[in-house]
Design a protein around this ligand. Structure first.
Ligand SMILES: [Zn+2]
Length: 395
């Protein structure tokens, strides 16, 4: 057991020491594939986007489980020694015990390493496992378009019945996250000389009416969800023209509106909400003229707690970590949303706290890396129906 622990922690450090910003994951992918082969995976696939899939075939037919993580990481910014992969005391970050430091530690190389090692344990006990386990280590996640995972889902030819995302959950079970729409809203007016504003229609003043409506009415009308929290709306950018170089009343103003949404909400609903705002403004300010366009959609992710994979995760947390599982949600978006979009239920469990993702304090607790490998094994055992009551839950 200790040998396993040491090897897993060493592999996590080596993975962090291998830079893999989005689009440049080849070296990290080859490192993972080599480790899988060394650990006895019977089959390791690498596709042309450098997604790596380790295959564990259960001895009996059954449901197939995907363990999923991404191997790219955010930009290093002004982080000190981002690729050190050093083990240090966690107290400097407010974390207990030893931690591994480096870019991608908590988002999410530690989880990927733990999944790779969990797969090795499952391979050894494959005679008891029904269905296959696929450890999928994908690329191109950080740009938030899911290019790596989508490519794998479209081209691997593999069938998945459920998935576990290893994005940082601080050792709790996460059921998903809100979705995000971005809308570009344009308001039109009429130019005039700034010394004679009454002859124009000031697009900034028109936009001000919309901003007030968003802040004071729209934002307060939104729904909530038991696990995912509240829908929200805010404005993240504003621009007007022709600008300050000549004294002219602006005839154009645009904003970008960020609307976080919940399961059951869709772009049709948000379109309607925006049109209703426009109508309310026009009723008292007839010269208001605006249009809108959706420019981004990051899908919502929600795995109901009664899904077998969510139940397997909760049971595994209870058995391996000896604590009562609590269902939570991520603040950030994960590749699991693209997995769930294909009708594959996806639950979250991973080492590290998302609070430290993309920060100069990127780190993960050593104990959590090891324990999460144990949880991944037990999720797979429970999901495949091979977990007995007396089963050793750890590695
Ligand atoms: Zn991530």
């Amino acid at each position: 057991m200790n040998d396993y622990r040491e090897r897993l922690i060493d592999f996590t450090c080596r993975l962090i020491r291998t830079p893999s910003p989005s689009g440049r994951e080849k070296e990290a992918a080859l490192l993972i594939a080599a480790e899988m082969k060394k650990l006895g995976y019977p089959e390791v696939l690498i596709d042309d986007k450098f997604n790596v899939t380790g295959v564990i075939e259960g001895a009996k037919p059954g449901k197939n489980l995907m363990l999923n993580g991404h191997i790219d990481h955010a930009a290093t910014g002004n982080m000190e020694n981002p690729y050190s992969g050093d083990i240090m005391d966690g107290s400097r970050f407010g974390s207990e015990g030893a931690v591994i430091y480096g870019r991608g530690a908590c988002d999410m190389k530690a989880a990927v390493a733990a999944m790779v090692y969990a797969g090795a344990v499952l391979q050894k006990e494959r005679s008891k496992i029904s269905g296959n386990v696929y450890v999928t280590c994908v690329t191109l996640e950080e740009q938030a378009r899911g290019e790596g995972i989508k490519h794998l889902l479209d081209h691997s030819g593999l069938h998945f019945d459920a998935a576990v995302s290893g994005e940082a959950t601080d050792m709790e079970v996460h059921l998903g996250h809100r979705g995000k729409f971005e809308y570009l809203i344009r308001v039109h007016g009429k130019t005039s000389h700034a010394s004679n504003p009454a002859r124009g229609v000031n697009a900034i003043f028109s936009m001000n009416k919309l901003l007030t409506e968003i802040e004071t009415v729209y934002a307060k009308s939104l729904a909530g969800h038991e696990f995912l929290g509240l829908s929200t709306v805010t404005v993240i950018d504003i621009l007007s023209s022709p600008g300050r170089l000549t004294p002219v009343v602006p005839d154009y103003c645009e904003i970008v509106m960020d609307r976080r949404y919940l399961p059951g909400e869709d772009s049709g609903l948000v379109d309607k909400e925006i049109e209703e705002m426009f109508d309310r403004i026009k009723a008292v300010y007839p010269q208001f003229s605006a249009e809108y366009e959706q420019i981004k959609d990051f899908p919502v992710l929600y795995c109901p707690p009664e899904e077998p994979v969510a139940r397997a995760a909760a049971g595994a947390v209870e058995e391996v970590l000896h604590k009562t599982p609590r269902y939570k949600a991520w603040k950030f978006g994960v590749d699991g949303a693209f997995i769930a979009q294909r009708g594959i239920p996806c639950v979250g469990f991973g080492p590290g706290n998302e609070h430290y993702a993309h920060t100069p304090e990127d780190h993960v607790r050593v104990d959590d890396v090891y324990n999460s490998a144990g949880v991944y094994c037990q999720i797979a055992r429970r999901f495949s129906g091979s977990a007995g009551k007396s089963e050793d839950a750890a590695l």
